[in-house]
Design a protein around this ligand. Structure first.
Ligand SMILES: Nc1ncnc2c1ncn2[C@@H]1O[C@H](COP(=O)(O)OP(=O)(O)OP(=O)(O)O)[C@@H](O)[C@H]1O
Ligand SMILES: [Mg+2]
Length: 314
């Protein structure tokens, strides 16, 4: 029999501080109507009616930490533009402390979806990798901030904000803080020293190759853990739930979603929940079961991509 899930008291969570660092984007939606084809080119003309902005990437993760009831600081890089202002406003409205290192030489990352006739007609991505001086400033601010937080969470979307993640992990370790990483890319060695990484199936397969079956997966993960010097790997497996690989044990939790409406951002909710609970002193194995519950709740929601304390405790 599995023991009941225990969640820290709200007052305990409210005292916990999570430092979220990573790539941030503004998810923007232009909703409009299409009633003609352009005379200039064979494309629909969308008459824009409504703009909607949502926090993306590490900003969504930080918002998730705060929604659960812990304190969240977001450290990232942006441009000096209207999109950065929109990000800051949304973060403040969610109660996240924004530490936006800005540089007029880069644009804030925006993913603009143009929606007409209830379907996405076009997506426009605005992004350019940040330059070295801005990244130095990010690491410098991290060095000042890390001691004021209980855990550090790196959210990597491979947009360049975490180019100096190795230095930041070293700083976090020196300060004695647990480090969680949502990884990207083909080289996880750059996260060496982290406490736990949370790849999804595709992200893990990119590094260890496609596994044939469970025992093959276990062998490949063991080899990876030794190679990259990370003790714990939490594989999130969408409708298959999640598996935690640790030196002494492997723990699997089946997915608990009752209905699935929107799976985007489930990984963000999972790592945010883990970080908040670990900041409150929960061991990883217990925190993982609640994070799986949170993932199951969030995929059943439209719109708001976060889970509240009450929902998680219910
Ligand atoms: N289709 C699904 N059915 C049930 N549970 C799901 C489903 N998709 C996701 N979940 C829950 O959410 C968790 C994280 O999902 P997933 O492994 O898809 O993360 P992800 O790929 O990083 O997501 P994203 O990148 O969109 O944030 C799963 O471990 C599971 O608990
Ligand atoms: Mg993910």
């Amino acid at each position: 029999m599995t023991p009941e899930l225990s969640i820290p008291a709200p007052e305990a969570l409210a005292a916990c501080r999570v430092l979220v660092v990573g790539d941030v984007m503004l998810d923007r939606y232009w909703h409009g109507v299409v009633d003609r084809i352009s005379p200039e080119a064979p494309v629909p003309v969308v008459r824009m009616e409504r703009e909607e902005d949502r926090l993306g990437g590490a900003a969504n993760v930080a918002m998730n930490v705060k929604t659960l009831g812990a304190q969240a600081t977001l450290l990232t890089v942006t441009g000096e533009d209207a999109a950065a202002d929109a990000l800051r406003r949304l973060l403040l409205r969610s109660g996240v402390v924004p530490l936006l290192q800005s540089d007029e030489a880069v644009p804030t990352i925006v993913k603009l979806r143009v929606i007409g006739r209830a379907q996405q007609l076009l997506r426009i991505d605005v992004e350019r990798p940040p330059a070295a001086p801005l990244l130095d400033r990010l690491t410098q601010t991290f060095a000042e901030q890390v001691q004021h937080h209980d855990v550090v969470l790196f959210s990597d979307y491979a947009k360049g904000a975490l180019a100096q993640v190795e230095q930041m992990i070293a700083l976090a370790r020196a300060a004695g803080k647990p480090v969680l990483v949502d990884p990207k890319g083909h080289d996880f060695r750059r996260y060496a020293g982290a406490t736990v990484i949370t790849p999804n199936r595709a992200e893990l397969a990119q590094v260890i190759g496609q596994w044939r079956d469970e025992s093959d997966l276990v062998r490949r993960v063991d080899a990876l853990r030794n190679e990259i010097r990370i003790p714990s790997i939490l594989l999130t497996r969408s409708e298959e739930g999640m598996t935690l690989f640790e030196p002494q044990a492997i723990q699997h939790e089946p997915a608990r979603a009752r209905e699935v409406f929107d799976v985007t951002g489930a990984g963000d909710t999972v790592i945010a929940t883990l970080a908040a609970l670990m900041a409150a002193g929960q061991p990883l194995g217990e925190a993982m079961r609640l994070a799986n519950k949170a993932g199951g709740i969030v995929v059943g929601k439209f719109g708001t991509a976060a889970v509240s304390y009450e929902e998680l405790a219910a």
